[in-house]
Design a protein around this ligand. Structure first.
Ligand SMILES: *Cc1c(COP(=O)(O)O)cnc(C)c1O
Length: 480
């Protein structure tokens, strides 16, 4: 099991970093502020509050339709967390979601990329409250499976599928193709010949985009999806023969991309294909749609300005090309906080490590850093909280996410200076369920809280309910 161990230790080394404990009393607000500032220093600045992102006129929607509480812009996250902790009747973990954040992000999008229509990539966080809030703003959806389509339909029964939903997956099960067609979705994506034949047979009236391969300086960045120029030319010719309605190109640069060269090279590639497609030899298609995919970073403004510049040069407005996109993370990442309870703990941990163990450890250890078991053995305190690697913290593995932890005491207490080497385990019976193997925290009690902000993307969407633990409770807030 050598290989497994390596993967494990790689994962564990990427755990929670840059920890700063947070406020544990609302009264003690000076301390709160200074501590909060320390946390904010570790993170990037919040771009979501600007003149053009004011959402006060949506009060009725947020409060009466969505059941969200209004929170003043000056109120700290710590006091919001404390408020909802006091409302919880059980010791379950829960989320707090700022619904206004989704709208503010949309307004920010319009500000920076007014020509590009966003279709929210449902996979990023497939929750009804997000879909409802975005649909209320008339935003469309990128669904990649029949189940995602069902979720959107169940949430917005009167949605116009022709205009508002795209089936943006290049490799589709035939049953799903039929399902999307039945629901009058019009647009999809392909990147290979077999997919063209499938479309011909099962969805012959679809509007089809060609998914471009992402390459940088000639090296391919994605091995899973996308067609290179040679393949695209073959696809254009075949589509002509099959009488498929090709309408444009799409691409997806990958997650959190702020690489100017990558955007530049991909947009230039798209331009080239738009021009090639019109030639007699390649079928004489008149392309009208360019879908620039998702992968926009949370820190959006600079990347957006750069993209806007490039599309204005390569696809000038006068040409009338429609621009679409599929942002996921952009809309959700900073919207959500997770609040966990310390459900169990083991103190004086290292005092009991036996001599035998110490010896064995000397033989197996590679370096001190690499041996996570060693770290755990030598920690002072082990905490067990009620969400873990099989839940929200799966993002440590699947999304290489760094979490920032804040603590909050249930009963206020004078701040103690001493910190202990601590370990945070998730709630399941599996040893792999370790969130952090070496973190400094003051002594916390059972019933105290650990909370984490910016957990809105690729967290609950990939979480399991393994061993009977899954965070299901949501509270909603909005800020004007
Ligand atoms: C996952 C995905 C998205 C969304 O990506 P984000 O990084 O969340 O913006 C958009 N388009 C496609 C094709 C995807 O696979």
């Amino acid at each position: 099991m050598e290989g497994n161990q390596q993967i494990t230790s790689k994962r564990q080394l990427k755990l929670i970093q840059a920890v700063k404990a947070n406020d544990d009393s609302v009264e003690n607000s000076l301390a709160t502020t200074s501590r909060n500032l320390q946390i904010i220093n570790h993170q990037d600045k919040d771009e979501s509050n600007n003149d053009y992102t004011y959402v006060g006129h949506l009060e009725d929607f947020f409060e009466n339709e969505m059941g969200a509480y209004h929170v003043g812009n000056e109120v700290s996250n710590a006091s919001i967390v404390r408020h909802f902790c006091s409302q919880m009747k059980t010791d379950d973990a829960f989320y707090i979601v700022d619904l206004s954040y989704f709208v503010k992000r949309y307004l920010q999008w319009l500000h920076y990329l007014p020509r590009v229509k966003p279709y929210y990539a449902v996979k990023c966080n497939p929750n009804k409250f997000i879909i409802k809030t975005l649909a209320h703003q008339d935003i469309g959806f990128d669904c990649a499976s029949a189940e995602e389509l069902d979720l959107v339909l169940a949430t917005c029964p009167s949605i116009n599928c022709e205009k508002k939903i795209i089936y943006s997956h290049p490799c589709k099960p035939i049953s799903h193709i039929k399902y999307f067609r039945q629901h009058h979705v019009q647009m999809t994506v392909i990147d290979n010949e077999d997919e063209l034949f499938k479309i011909k047979e099962h969805w012959s009236d679809a509007k089809v985009l060609l998914r471009l391969k992402i390459t940088k300086n000639g090296n391919s960045m994605s091995t899973k999806f996308g067609a290179n120029q040679y393949q695209i030319i073959k696809l254009l010719k075949l589509a002509k023969q099959l009488n498929i309605n090709l309408v444009g190109c799409s691409f997806h640069v990958g997650s959190q991309c702020s690489d100017r060269n990558l955007y530049e090279q991909t947009l230039q590639f798209a331009r080239k294909i738009f021009d090639l497609a019109t030639t007699e030899e390649c079928g004489g298609f008149k392309f009208t749609i360019l879908n620039i995919g998702g992968g926009f970073p949370v820190q959006f403004s600079e990347v957006a300005e750069m993209i806007q510049d490039m599309i204005d040069k390569l696809f000038p407005e006068e040409e009338g090309i429609q621009l679409m996109s599929e942002p996921g993370r952009y809309f959700t990442s900073e919207s959500t906080m997770l609040i966990c309870n310390i459900i169990a703990r083991r103190t004086h941990n290292k005092d009991y490590s036996s001599e035998e163990e110490e010896e064995v450890e000397c033989h197996t250890r590679i370096t001190k850093e690499e041996d996570e078991k060693d770290l755990i053995r030598k920690a002072d305190i082990l905490y067990y909280i009620n969400d873990g690697i099989y839940g929200t913290f799966n993002a440590i593995i699947f999304d290489q996410k760094l979490f920032y932890v804040n603590y909050m005491r249930k009963y206020m207490k004078k701040e103690e200076e001493q910190e202990y080497k601590s370990v945070i385990f998730g709630p399941t019976c599996d040893g792999i369920d370790c969130i952090s193997n070496s973190i400094s925290l003051p002594l916390l009690n059972i019933g105290d809280y650990l909370w984490f902000s910016n957990v809105g993307s690729y967290t609950n969407s990939c979480a399991t309910s393994f061993n009977g633990f899954k965070t299901k409770k949501y509270f909603f807030i909005w800020r004007s």
